[in-house]
Design a protein around this ligand. Structure first.
Ligand code: MLT
Length: 410
């Protein structure tokens, strides 16, 4: 009989967001009259910027004519988009990343999982706790973790707790690690990393010959000018880090799909024989074999994010969600809730009220206020006692959610 990848059997229950959707759907079926407001999964609600729509319409017209039709594109992404990314996201910020170090893809979720293809199976891996579940689950699937304990912690991973007690700044691993996942602005806590914290991680990576997998999907939400937008703003990071970026949250591409991963040519890791091998070369080989690129139409849309109108319209979108986050923060604080994040990120991370664990509060909020959030424990054992609210929604829904929340906990 054909055998399966047994590592899948080590995964804990369902993936967090489908699990929440299942519970919410079941509630809605039994309460069809309830007007449920969803602040769970961080999915955008506002339309694509007009500059993106116009560019995509034009691209569709090109596809309608033999002379301007596009078939397979480059697996790494079209030059026109890679050049814009290199210039606006990096070179204009004084960071020397070139277009050919950028790999356009259909999502950071996929890339943070797929990147494991180019690493060995014996690496010691560190994740923050709580953490975006994709980093953990993809390592479980790849057989890197062993079994989980009752709290859901896998024996083969090194967890770095981030809670209010340590001000959401993790300690360095007590044992050396080879791969470190960092996400800033952080999902789920919404906190950011200072230049000093990022520099300390880059120094750690140099000292231990480790690689940092830096997820910067939420960088557009950074409003504090002192906070770096890219790990590559830190000197020496181009030798020890890979960065993941996305158009999902800044320009509303969650359903359109476009992201990119930056693998500098100078970042290397070791082969079994001890030879230093370029990760850029391996990722290029991986993508050329397993990926056929993002559609021309979508890449033209992404390119328009960098036009003067596109930049202005994208900024307005980001500011809109940040204002939502500010209203959530203020509304919750008014009723005595301990709130974190939400200032440089679209997520607000709150302490669950006295007497509730994370899933208990999820049920209370859903049943009594018809509000959906994400239980902190779904992101890891150290997320227990916390709860995440997403600021991605209409203003009207955010205001209504704040009212309902206040009425519930008052
Ligand atoms: C989240 O809610 O954490 C995000 O939507 C997940 C994602 O971007 O995949």
């Amino acid at each position: 009989m054909t055998s399966i990848n047994d590592h899948y059997l080590k995964l804990k229950a369902g993936y967090l967001f489908p699990e929440i959707a299942k519970r919410v759907n079941s509630f809605c079926e039994s309460h069809p009259e309830a007007d449920v407001i969803k602040l769970g999964i961080g999915d955008v609600t506002e339309p694509l910027p007009q500059a993106v729509i116009t560019a995509m319409h034009e691209a569709i017209d090109e596809m309608a004519k033999r002379e301007t039709f596009h078939g397979y594109g480059p697996e790494q992404g079209y030059e026109f988009l890679r050049e814009k990314i290199a210039r606006f996201d990096y070179q204009d910020r004084g960071v020397s990343i070139s277009a050919d170090e950028i790999f356009v893809s259909d999502g950071s979720k996929c890339d943070t999982g797929n990147i494991l293809d180019i690493f060995g199976n014996d690496n010691r891996i560190a994740v923050l706790d709580p953490v975006y579940p994709v980093y953990v689950d993809t390592n479980v699937m790849a057989g890197h973790t062993g079994q989980a304990d009752e709290q859901g912690r896998y024996e083969g991973l090194v967890y770095l707790p981030v809670t209010a007690e340590n001000n959401f700044v993790p300690d360095f691993p007590s044992e050396p690690v080879d791969l470190i996942y960092l996400c800033y602005p952080n999902n789920p806590t919404g906190v950011v990393a200072s230049r000093e914290v990022l520099k300390a991680w880059v120094d750690y990576a140099h000292e231990h010959s480790a690689i940092i997998l830096f997820d910067a999907a939420y960088e557009a939400f950074i409003s504090d000018p002192e906070i770096p937008h890219s790990i590559f703003e830190i000197e020496g990071a181009d030798e020890v880090a890979i960065e993941f970026r996305s158009f999902s949250k800044n320009a509303g591409f969650t359903g359109t799909r476009c992201a990119f991963t930056v693998v500098p040519k100078s970042v290397c890791a070791s082969s079994a024989t001890g030879e230093s091998v370029s990760l850029h070369q391996l990722w290029n080989r991986r993508q050329s074999t397993k990926f056929n690129g993002v559609s021309y139409i979508v890449q033209r849309g992404a390119e328009a994010v960098y036009s003067p109108e596109g930049r202005e319209q994208t900024k307005q979108l980001v500011d809109f969600y940040l204002e939502n986050a500010a209203r959530l923060r203020e509304g919750l604080e008014k009723v005595g809730i301990d709130v974190h994040g939400g200032e440089n990120a679209p997520y607000v991370w709150l302490k669950t009220p006295e007497g509730f664990d994370s899933w208990g509060f999820f049920d209370e909020l859903l049943h009594k206020a018809h509000l959906v959030g994400t239980p902190g424990s779904g992101f890891g054992a150290s997320g227990e006692g916390y709860f995440r609210l997403s600021a991605f929604n209409s203003r009207e829904n955010i205001e209504e959610a704040v009212n309902r929340f206040q009425n519930l906990v008052r």
